[in-house]
Write a protein that binds this ligand. Sequence first.
Ligand SMILES: NC(=O)c1ccc[n+]([C@@H]2O[C@H](COP(=O)([O-])OP(=O)(O)OC[C@H]3O[C@@H](n4cnc5c(N)ncnc54)[C@H](OP(=O)(O)O)[C@@H]3O)[C@@H](O)[C@H]2O)c1
Length: 323
Amino acid sequence: MELRTLGTSDLRITTVGLGTWAIGGGDYAYGWGSQEDDESIQTIHAAIDAGINWIDTAPVYGLGRSEEVVGKAIKGKRQSLIISTKCGKVWNDQTREVGENLDADSVIGECEASLRRLGTNEIDLYHIHWPIPDASIEEGWEAIARLIKEGKVRYGAVSNFSPGQMRRIQPIHPVTSLQPPYSMLVRNIEDEIIPFCEKEKIGITVYSPMQAGLLTGKLTRERIENLPEDDWRKHHPLMQEPQLSANLEVAKRLTELAAEYGKTAGELAIAWSLRNEAVTSAIVGARRPDQILANVGASGWKLSDELLSEIDAVLKKREAAVS
Ligand SMILES: NC(=O)c1ccc[n+]([C@@H]2O[C@H](COP(=O)([O-])OP(=O)(O)OC[C@H]3O[C@@H](n4cnc5c(N)ncnc54)[C@H](OP(=O)(O)O)[C@@H]3O)[C@@H](O)[C@H]2O)c1
C-alpha cells in the first residue's frame, strides 16, 4: 500500500488507515447501533492482513469499548502497527453521558486508561479530540507534551482544530498532525486548513472520507430510514431531505464512475480525499471484513484529470440541487 510521511515525524503511514468508531457499537449518544466484538476483531485483522499499518480509535468510541477491542485485536501484532487515540471526551459511567475536559489531571488519567485498554505502554499518535473547552487547549496540550517526555506518547496531534487554535499551541510543542473531517460533501478544510497545515508542515489525516458510509453507494434510503435509534446517523442533516436525494444521487454516480475502473464507490470517495498530497492519509471506518477489503484499493489510486472533472460536475449538480 502507498505510504506517506506524517508531518515532520518519522511515522510512515499507509494512505488508508482503519477507523474504529463504529466498532464501539451503540448505547450512547454517538453510537452506531449494535456490533459484535468478534466481527470487529476479524475486521481489524482483515485490515492488517491487507497491509493497513495504522489504526485510529478514541476512548469515547463505545465509552472504552473500541479501545478494548483494538487492544485485543492487536495482541502479538503491536510492534508493526501505529496506534492513534485521543483525549478530552469523558463520560459518566452511570449515566453514560459524554462531556469535555482538557484539564491536565484529566488528560493524564485518560492516557493511563487508554494505555491499559489498548494493552500497550506507548501511544504513537495522541490527539486532543475536540478543542473544547477552548480556554483549556493550552493546558491539555502541555499535558500531552509531558506524556511525550515521559515516553507514554510518541507524537502529539489535534482534531477538529482551527488554524488559530493550532497557532496557539504550536509554541508549547510542535503539532504533528491534524485530524479534520473531509469528504466530497464536507469540504470546509480546503480554503484555509489545508494551506495552513502545508505551510506549517503539519500532517493531515482526514476522517469520514465516505461521509459515514453515505458515499459507498450501499447506504440506501430504506436503510437510512430504518437505522436504529442508537445510530447517530439517523438524524444527520446530510442523511435527511432536502439533502438526502441529492447525496444519494452523488453516491449512485460514484458507483457508476468507479465501476469503469473496476473499483467501488467507497474507493473513489477515499482516493478523491487523498488527491492533494498534503492529505497524508484517510481514516476509513469499517465494521465487517468485507467492508475494509472493498475500500483498501483506494490507496495508491491516482485519479485522472478527466475523472476529477467528471466528479466536479457531479458535485456542482448536487450544489445546485441543495442550494
Ligand atoms: N476526530 C473526530 O472527531 C472523528 C470524527 C469522526 C470519525 N473519526 C475517525 O474516522 C473514522 C472514519 O470515519 P467514519 O467511520 O465516520 O466514516 P467513513 O469511513 O466515511 O464510513 C465508515 C462507515 O461506512 C460503512 N461502510 C464502510 N465500508 C463500507 C462498504 N464497503 N460498503 C458499505 N458500507 C461501508 C460502515 O457503516 P455501516 O455498515 O453501518 O453503514 C462504516 O462504519 C472513524 O472510525 C474514526 O476513527 C474521527
